[in-house]
Structure formats: C-alpha cells, structure tokens
Design a protein around this ligand. Sequence first.
Ligand code: SF4
Ligand code: SF4
Length: 74
Amino acid sequence: MIIYDYEACNGCQDCLNVCPRGVWEIDARNKKAKIVNPTRCIDCTACEFQCPVRAIRIERALIPKSPQIIGAPF
Ligand code: SF4
Ligand code: SF4
C-alpha cells in the first residue's frame, strides 16, 4: 500500500522515473506527483527510497488496500 504525503512532494519526478509499473504521473496543474495506477504497485519500495523528501512510504500488506494520500485538496 502506498502512503503518499502530497504536501511534502516537490515534484522532482524521481518516483515516476524509478517506478517499474507506471503507478505515478505528475499532475500538470500543480506539478506534484499523482497516483494514477495504484493497483499496479508491487510494493517494490523503489519510489520510497528514491523520494528526496520522504513523501512516500510503502507498507506491505497481505490484502491490497487503496493508497492513502495526505494533505491533497481532493
Ligand atoms: S513501490 Fe514500486 S511499484 Fe509501487 S509505486 Fe513504488 S516504485 Fe512503483
Ligand atoms: S519522488 Fe517524492 S518529491 Fe519527487 S515527485 Fe515523487 S513524491 Fe514528489
């Protein structure tokens, strides 16, 4: 499961570039990362380690859950 701190994101795109599953995109409106394919995540933790501001945490779960997004205005 992805836990994403929207407020902390600086839009660097590192998560997009490292993710092997196309889970992330950058939102053109505000230049912040956006989870577009949450069910494709395989919990590899690459994005968690790559994010320079620690805006992403991956929690391994036996039963897949929806992503948690902190601070997003939607
Ligand atoms: S944990 Fe891996 S597959 Fe999931 S979003 Fe991060 S980089 Fe992509
Ligand atoms: S790596 Fe972190 S700071 Fe960079 S775009 Fe992704 S979530 Fe935002």
